[in-house]
Design a protein around this ligand. Structure first.
Ligand code: PLP
Length: 418
């Protein structure tokens, strides 16, 4: 039952049958989700793996409390970032050593944009899409200003990067899956076209890593970044990752040069010398507690077959869209492309009162999110979401619309985080 197969009226029993046949169903028990909550926001903050509290407590009590500074060696803290990075490399199709885990996605963007501009000294333009995630655009704008105004950030409408890039383009920076609409680029085709013009390409995998098979090496991508707290379930503010194609490592120079990126940090030399490969991207002391949590999330993602995850995501998006249409006919406009080859792992619907409707949904324990100006965003995380829950989410939305429950004035009050 996917896309075009959904014609007849669906019943909850149909969805329960899909759950019985679901090869990913056992993963649900590996996460500690509160009972009665339908969680459709794992693309914004992944849920808590059951193994995480105990592991983090062990790192705090035993490794920190008893081991003290010895744990950098004895508990393997000094290599933890590299071990987690190699797991993420497998998830995104990178060779061992092509991914580093450090800092936030925003800071990693700064590091890689700086590196890209140094690799293309004669070119001054970074091209991106106007509806790319704002932090990506802000970091590019900040870097261009910092470099004294010689560089510019050129923003184009979605899908327009090739028309806007040319001899002056150093880098094209794109999100593989758009955070607001769920639209997905053809990574290999865009990479080829950009490189054909002599520019480099950077992919933001915030909404792809752990959500679907990604093959950076096969696409021959130059750079990528991504989040640890979304589909990788590393917890709030989990360290992010960056990818650099191995062919670029010898010439790579990052604009933040810290002691743990030095060739010999414990020689305490006065002169910076970059460590080989991506070790130079580990700028300062890694956040061990957060890395321990991310390690668990990444290990869980590695246990699952990402092609099963992708197949279930595509099917769940088609079903959720069909069931919402069945429960609230004609009320929402689908923003996410219909074609599975062109969408990520979320369903986005627009409605003029999207904010209040989402607040009413959250009040009834169906948690998605709102993205300005008018989008209801439902993240699909196949490791935790059952088919029957999607039925319940659609039925709850149908009831809220039929009753007009979202008109309650308290749902119009904007919170700081949407
Ligand atoms: C979530 C997200 C980010 C977040 O960046 P942080 O520095 O981790 O806050 C960046 N880019 C995209 C495309 C995102 O979806």
């Amino acid at each position: 039952m996917g896309g075009s197969e959904i014609q007849a009226m669906l019943t909850r029993a149909d969805l329960e049958q899909l759950d019985r046949d679901d090869p990913l169903a056992p993963f649900r028990g590996r996460f500690a989700l509160p009972p009665g909550v339908v969680y459709l926001d794992g693309n914004s903050l992944g849920p808590l793996p059951r193994a995480t509290p105990e592991r983090v407590a062990e790192v705090v009590t035993r490794e920190w409390g008893e081991g003290l500074i010895r744990s950098w060696n004895d508990a393997g803290w000094i290599d933890l970032a590299a071990r987690v990075a190699d797991g993420i490399a497998r998830l995104v199709g990178g060779a061992p050593g092509s991914v580093a885990v450090a800092d936030s996605t925003s800071v990693n963007l700064f590091k890689l944009l700086g590196a890209a501009l140094t690799l293309r000294p004669g070119r001054q333009v970074i091209v991106s899409e106007r509806d790319n995630f704002p932090t990506d655009l802000y970091v590019a704008q900040g870097l261009a200003a910092f470099l004294g105004g010689k560089h510019t950030v050129r923003l184009v409408e979605p899908g327009g990067v090739m028309d806007a890039s040319g001899d002056d383009t150093a880098l094209v920076m794109l999100s593989h899956v758009n955070y607001r609409t769920g639209a997905m680029h053809d990574m290999a085709a865009v990479t080829r076209a950009v490189q054909g013009q002599g520019a480099l390409v950077l992919w933001d995998l915030a909404h792809s890593a752990g959500a679907m098979p990604v093959d950076l090496a096969a696409a021959d991508a130059d750079f990528a970044v991504g989040c640890g707290y979304k589909f990788l379930n590393g917890g709030p503010g989990a360290p992010a990752f960056l990818y650099v194609a191995p062919r670029l490592h010898p010439a790579l120079r990052l604009p933040i040069t810290g002691w743990l990126g030095h060739a010999q940090p414990f020689a305490f030399e006065a002169q910076y010398r970059p460590a080989p490969g991506l070790t130079q991207a580990i700028v300062g002391t890694p956040p061990i507690l957060s890395l321990a949590a991310l390690d668990i999330g990444v290990a869980l993602a590695l246990e699952a077959s990402l092609s099963d995850v992708r197949a279930k995501s595509i099917r769940q998006i088609a079903l959720l869209a069909a069931m919402i249409e069945q429960a609230a006919p004609g009320l929402f406009r689908r923003v996410t492309p219909d074609d599975p080859a062109r969408h990520g792992s979320q369903l986005c619907l627009s409605h003029p009162d999207a904010y209040a409707i989402m607040q009413a949904l959250i009040d009834r324990r169906v948690i998605g999110d709102f993205r300005a100006p008018d989008i209801l965003r439902f993240g699909i995380t196949p490791l935790t979401l059952s088919y029957a829950e999607l039925w319940d989410a659609a039925a709850t939305l149908g009831a809220i619309m039929a009753e007009g429950a979202w008109r309650d004035p308290r749902y119009a009050v904007r919170k700081a985080v949407t």
